[in-house]
Design a binder for this molecule. Structure first.
Ligand code: ZN
Length: 278
């Protein structure tokens, strides 16, 4: 069985294609996917998908890009949802310096509030991490250009007993052992199959086999052309849309990168997925 450790099936860009996506994924033996809510507005949509498709594992969190738009009651709403859904995970949560310092203008749609500064992102990250600890759930963590800070935060706070996912891990290979010791799993994104992603490719050669996961982050982060088996029409804004069934080719590419048989990789990843996400 193949497992997508991180996607956003609730996204508007995928909504017109849901039946086709479900059929394509079933056909490729994709038996489980963690569908990550990112803000209060999309949590009900994640819950609805979990009711509709047996392969959906719901996850709820406030993404660092959505921190600025949160309501005063966001944390209580999140807690109530997690308590009511014992199978749900925590995520996507995290910290992001890239969105503050390096993101192109297209990441700031007109009318949306500017992204929250790092201190405010951390104020929202820590209580969500604490909720995962308290309720014994795995947590899916997003981090861009803030790896030292994330390492410090994880070392100085309680961490989920089952572990946590560093989704689309883009930190240095040298930090992999330290994060693994803290309980990290690392998910490989199909977009890392591009040869130019040298830092990510180096890191995923050294991730321990028992901490390895695979993800699409669909509709984001599509794989490069040779690995893109399932194209979808672009978004209304003209952006490429990643189909969750591109996961199968991503497994094949990762097996090639690590020089291991794909069947062995698939079996190890399934075990890891079950250990982390239950
Ligand atoms: Zn994501």
């Amino acid at each position: 069985m193949r497992c997508d450790a991180h996607n956003h099936l609730q996204d508007d860009w995928l909504a017109p294609h849901l039946d086709r996506i479900a059929g394509d994924c079933r056909g490729l033996g994709i038996g489980a996917m963690v569908v990550n809510g990112t803000a209060e507005a999309d949590w009900p949509r994640v819950a609805a998908l979990a009711g509709r498709f047996d392969f959906v594992r719901p996850s709820y969190g406030l993404h660092p890009w959505d921190v600025a738009g949160r309501s005063p009651a966001w944390l209580e709403t999140l807690r109530a949802r997690l308590v009511a859904e014992p199978r749900a995970a925590v995520g996507e949560i995290g910290i992001d310096r890239w969105i503050l310092e390096s993101a192109p203008a297209e990441y700031f749609p007109a009318g949306s509030p500017p992204p929250a500064p790092l201190a405010e992102q951390i104020e929202c990250f820590l209580p969500q991490l604490a909720l995962a600890v308290e309720l014994d759930r795995p947590a899916s963590i997003h981090c861009l250009q803030a790896w030292g800070q994330l390492d410090e935060l994880l070392r100085s706070h309680a961490r989920p007993r089952r572990g946590f996912l560093l989704h689309a891990y883009g930190g240095p290979a040298e930090m992999v052992p330290g994060f693994a010791q803290l309980g990290a799993y690392f998910s490989f994104s199909g977009s890392f199959l591009a040869e130019k992603k040298t830092r990510q490719r180096a890191a995923f050669r050294v991730v321990p086999t028992d901490r390895l996961l695979v993800e699409t982050d669909a509709p984001a982060m599509p794989p490069p052309a040779p690995w893109l088996t399932h194209p979808l029409p672009p978004s209304p804004e003209g952006k490429p849309v990643n189909h969750p069934a591109n996961l199968a080719a991503t497994y094949a590419g990762l097996a090639q990168l690590r020089g291991v048989p794909e069947a062995a990789l698939t079996a190890a990843v399934a075990e890891n997925f079950a250990r982390l996400f239950g």
